[in-house]
Design a protein around this ligand. Structure first.
Ligand code: ZN
Length: 197
C-alpha cells in the first residue's frame, strides 16, 4: 500500500457559548450540583471556555521548504508534549509524541512537527486516530519517503476512574512509507523514540 492519504488540517468548530453554558448548568443540576453560590456562579462559563480551548484546533501555516541539500537521513522530534480530550469520556489524555520522517522533496520547519501534533490533538480524539492523522498529514503534505509517529499517553478515564490504573501509559504507533517497509529505517526510528535513547 503506497497510496498517500491526504489529510486536511481541521477547521475550528463554531462554538455557541450561550447554549454550551446553559447545557453545563443543566448537566450540573442533573448531577445534583445546581449552579448556586459564589463558587459555582461562573462555572458554566469557565467550563465552556476550557472546553472550547481544548476543542479548537490551533491554526498554523504548514510552510515547507525544498530539500535543496538532499538531506536523506531521519529527522526526529522526540517527546513533543500534547494534551487532548477523550471522545468517549470527555476526560483528558496527555503525554508525548515522537515524530520522525525521512525527507523526500520537501522539508518542514522543526517547530511545525510539534504544531501538527498540537493541531490534531485539539479536539475530541482517540489516541489511535490522533497517531494516524499526524502520520498521514506529514506523509501526504511533505512527500516524505517515510513517516513514523509514536504516541505515549496517560488517559484520565483509565487512571482516575474505572480500573484506576494510575500511571499506565498507552502506546500507539503509525508508520508510513519506508519506515513501514524498511526494517533498518524502522528500527532506527524506534530506537530514537525510546526513553533516554
Ligand atoms: Zn476515555
Amino acid at each position: 500500500m503506497t497510496a498517500q492519504t491526504v489529510v486536511p488540517l481541521r477547521a475550528a468548530p463554531r462554538v455557541d457559548r450561550l447554549r454550551a453554558e446553559r447545557a453545563v448548568a443543566e448537566l450540573l443540576a442533573a448531577l445534583g450540583y445546581p449552579v448556586e453560590g459564589e463558587h459555582r456562579a461562573k462555572t458554566p462559563e469557565r467550563v465552556t471556555s476550557a472546553l472550547a480551548e481544548m476543542l479548537t484546533p490551533t491554526a498554523f501555516l504548514p510552510t515547507t521548504f525544498p530539500n535543496d541539500e538532499g538531506y536523506d537521513e531521519l529527522v526526529v522530534a522526540r517527546q513533543v508534549p500534547f494534551r487532548s480530550l477523550c471522545e468517549h469520556h470527555l476526560l483528558p489524555f496527555y503525554g508525548t509524541a515522537h515524530v520522525g520522517y525521512l525527507p523526500g522533496s520537501r522539508i518542514v520547519g522543526l517547530s511545525k512537527l510539534a504544531r501538527v501534533v498540537e493541531h490534531f490533538a485539539s479536539g475530541l480524539q482517540v489516541q489511535e486516530r490522533l497517531t494516524q492523522q499526524v502520520a498521514d498529514w506529514l506523509h501526504g503534505h511533505l512527500g516524505a519517503r517515510g513517516v513514523g509517529v509514536v504516541v505515549e499517553a496517560e488517559h484520565l478515564c483509565m487512571s482516575l476512574r474505572g480500573v484506576r490504573a494510575r500511571g499506565a501509559l498507552t502506546v500507539t504507533s503509525a508508520l508510513r512509507g519506508n519506515l513501514r517497509t524498511d526494517a533498518r529505517s524502522r528500527d532506527e526510528f524506534l530506537a530514537l523514540t525510546r526513553r533516554g535513547g
